[in-house]
Design a protein around this ligand. Structure first.
Ligand code: SAH
Ligand code: MG
Length: 210
């Protein structure tokens, strides 16, 4: 028998007022912030890893960046967002938080940006941006991850689409899902990483650099 969502959610610890406000905002405005059971696993892994620097691709309204910063009191986070409206929303919520001094928001497309000349290395990279571009993000940003560093990749389940036979995937989504499958096969066969899939939230892949 599969574990129910209600049972899983019963283990989630309380969050502060700002985080609750952001969760409500995200729900009302259809902002795809990470699902609670998945972000709790991400945060718990980060407590264990204890990185001092994190790169996040896909800030949205800044929810996951603020949560990571609140979880790790010394961490410095660089987070990238390309959507102007979300950038404004992220700035608003960051300014209300007590962790804004440790979060740098870079505005633009992560695939076109020169991050490495200013920030040459990170202990952790969290990829949570355009689906179907996993391999491109991975290829551009994995060289910045130190040995024993970790890449965390959200949305490997694609709301169930990636778990379907490709002929059952709606036609307009097939290219994206095929690219996801190619990325998944490539990373699982890649001996440079210990890669583990966590079947939680929308599917979290964790890759430890050997
Ligand atoms: N990490 C956030 C949710 C991110 S949602 C949280 O859990 O709180 C994904 C975001 O990635 C969207 O806001 C989208 O605009 C952004 N995005 C997608 N592709 C991008 C790219 N190539 N460069 C920068 N941002 C991108
Ligand atoms: Mg996500």
């Amino acid at each position: 028998m599969a574990i129910s969502d209600a049972y899983t959610k019963s283990f989630i610890q309380p969050r502060d007022a700002l985080l609750m406000e952001m969760e409500r905002f995200a729900e009302e405005n259809y902002v795809p912030i990470m699902q609670l059971p998945a972000i709790e696993i991400l945060l718990q892994m980060l407590r264990i890893q204890n990185p001092t620097t994190i790169l996040e691709i896909g800030s949205a309204i800044g929810y996951s960046a603020i949560r990571m910063a609140k979880t790790l009191p010394d961490v410095k986070i660089v987070t990238i967002e390309r959507d102007e409206k979300r950038i404004e929303q992220a700035k608003h919520f960051l300014s209300k938080s007590n962790v804004k001094d440790r979060i740098t928001l870079l505005e633009g497309d992560a695939l076109e940006m020169d991050v490495e000349s200013t920030y040459p290395s990170f202990d952790a990279v969290f990829i949570d941006a355009a689906k179907g571009q996993y391999k491109k993000f991975f290829e551009k940003y994995s060289p910045l991850v130190k040995k024993d560093g970790i890449l965390y990749i959200d949305n490997m389940y694609m709301h169930g689409l990636s778990d379907l036979d490709i002929k059952d995937v709606p036609k307009r989504k097939r290219t994206m899902i095929k690219k996801l499958h190619q990325f998944a096969e490539w990373i699982i066969a890649n001996p440079a990483y210990y890669s583990t899939f966590f079947p939680v939230g929308d599917g979290l892949l964790i890759c430890v650099k050997r």
